[in-house]
Design a protein around this ligand. Structure first.
Ligand code: RRO
Length: 309
């Protein structure tokens, strides 16, 4: 089967990429992603200035997924912009995730990105759950509309937004209506981690990460049905936008499910953290095996073709 695909008129070898935050914080990791089998890649969400993030331990995997409260540790916007300037775009597209602590910080970064001579694609993170004292913009629809309005005014290229998971049909409707008012929003990435879960170790009777009394964003197997629901909800509601799926991918089967639900590209977070970039050739082989068994020759044969009863 042929795994080649397109995104915003760019050709990709396949629809896989990392989820922002995993394996993309420093140049050595970004270079590994550039060389690996993934069809595209994204940088760690950045702020204007470098940040150390929250105290460790701040990530823990369990057999069913992960919890993290990293707190936006990153090398700062200029570092990732510098990587973006050197990236080999012939090899694969590069996305740059922005997560400024304020709207003004985002506007400053966007103004620089606009002037930068690089085809990097912006993914605006509206859903970081882990900065103490900062509510997620994606859960405050008025703030989200204002944010997007100002960014769209300041940025003259197509861009995307990374959303938190929603759990109510009314919220899917409201979020989609806001996004649909901005033709410049070319894609929507669903989902960020399910915010503020709590993993408890029954033996030690303690939480497993230090920040925020143990509360953190949940990823991995736990989040797959929520991720698929959000992908499909926005796929149905935003016909003029692309959806990037993220959440609960550990084998080719979950990649297949995201594509079926309407994802154009599929990101891998928790399981990439656990396996490293060699996960990508494995996922691609597993996806191809599923396609072969089903008689599908290319991704468009089933992408977005989820059946209802
Ligand atoms: O750095 C983090 O704590 C973090 C971010 Br910015 C995010 O968007 N999602 C997440 O699970 N962790």
């Amino acid at each position: 089967p042929d795994l080649r695909t397109e995104f915003l008129d760019l050709p990709l070898a396949n629809p896989l990429m990392n989820a922002s935050g995993v394996w993309c914080s420093v140049a050595s990791q970004l270079e590994a992603l550039a060389e690996c089998a993934a069809g595209a890649m994204v940088t760690k969400s950045c702020t204007l200035a470098q940040r150390d993030g929250n105290p460790e331990p701040r990530y823990r995997a369990t057999p069913w997924g992960s919890i993290n409260s990293m707190g936006l540790p990153n090398e700062g916007f200029p570092y990732y912009l510098n990587y973006a300037r050197c990236h080999d775009y012939e090899r694969k597209p590069l996305f740059m995730s922005l997560a400024g602590l304020t709207l003004d910080d985002n506007l400053t970064m966007v103004a620089e990105l606009r002037e930068a001579v690089t085809p990097v694609i912006m993914e605006l993170n509206l859903s970081c759950p882990n900065v103490p004292g900062k509510a997620q913009v994606g859960y405050d629809f008025e703030a989200m509309d204002t944010f997007i309005h100002e960014i769209a005014d300041a940025y003259d290229r197509p861009f995307g937004v990374k959303l938190p998971p929603y759990f109510d049909i009314a919220h899917f409707d409201e979020a989609a209506a806001i996004l649909n008012a901005y033709p410049q929003i070319a894609f929507v990435t669903c989902i960020n981690s399910i915010g503020n879960g709590l993993v408890i170790d029954p033996v030690s009777e303690t939480v497993v990460i230090r920040p925020k009394d143990g509360f953190g964003g949940i990823g991995g197997d736990f989040v797959l049905p929520t991720a698929l629901a959000n992908v499909n909800a926005f796929f149905r509601r935003c016909p003029d936008k692309k959806i990037i799926g993220c959440g609960g991918v550990r084998s080719g089967e979950q990649v297949f499910l995201h594509l079926l639900a309407g994802a154009a590209l599929v990101q891998v977070g928790t399981q990439l953290f656990e396996e490293g970039p060699l996960i990508f050739p494995r996922l691609l082989e597993e996806l191809q095996a599923i396609m072969t068994a089903k008689g599908y020759d290319r991704i468009t044969d089933f992408q977005g073709k989820l059946k209802t009863l």
